[in-house]
Ligand binder design. Sequence first.
Ligand code: MF3
Ligand code: CO
Length: 239
Amino acid sequence: MREAGRVVARVHAALQAALRPGISTLELDRLAAETMARYQAHSCFLGYRGYPAHICTSINEELVHGIPQANRLLHEGDILSIDVGVRYRGFIGDSAWTYAVGAISPGAQELMRVTEQSLFQGIAAAQNGKQVVDISRAVQNCVESQGLYVVRQYTGHGVGRQMHEAPQVLNYASEDPDGQTLLRPGLVLAIEPMVQAGTWQTQTLSDEWTVVSKDGSLTAHFEHTVAITNNGPEILTLP
Ligand code: MF3
Ligand code: CO
């Protein structure tokens, strides 16, 4: 899983280096596919429930599952969330990041800063002997104490030989029974706060994939694959 995570990080690095106004999200998808192939890895999104691309590219009010398109170009001031999942020698790595395209608004910067911070607070809570809900609570407190909204409808998850394994990892504290799962060395989780500027509610567009904020406000998504170890959380998808 360390090796799968390293491939995911390399795909992100290649995509980040290619970001500029005028590039299409389909060009990014091709670059992702080429980079995965170079490392003998495969997209675990392609074909998942019929998903038609190698990565997800979600711009501004688009939260997750945006489909790369030839006619969808990046513009200066956009924020772009890229979600990358690969299978490498039978194991999955999964990581998402929100990137700025050129100069972005102060509100967009703040949204990105808080969402990334909430991911790292969640990771810091991923300690042997704690519970999944401790991660959820850490993420929620970070986001809501800074006046932003954490999405309820989509969650983090266990990850291993499959992309989505038990337990689900909510981004808010609740009575969800998975929240009581004990964190033990060897458990690997995809921790992935999804945060919006104006509401926690989302809706899905008519393409049946693209999820947007219900009020059209900006959104951000940061995700790492994290292993629980005796020496604390180990982030497997770091560059
Ligand atoms: N990375 C997403 C997750 O963590 C899954 C992408 S959906 C897919 O759940 F259809 F594109 F695979
Ligand atoms: Co995920």
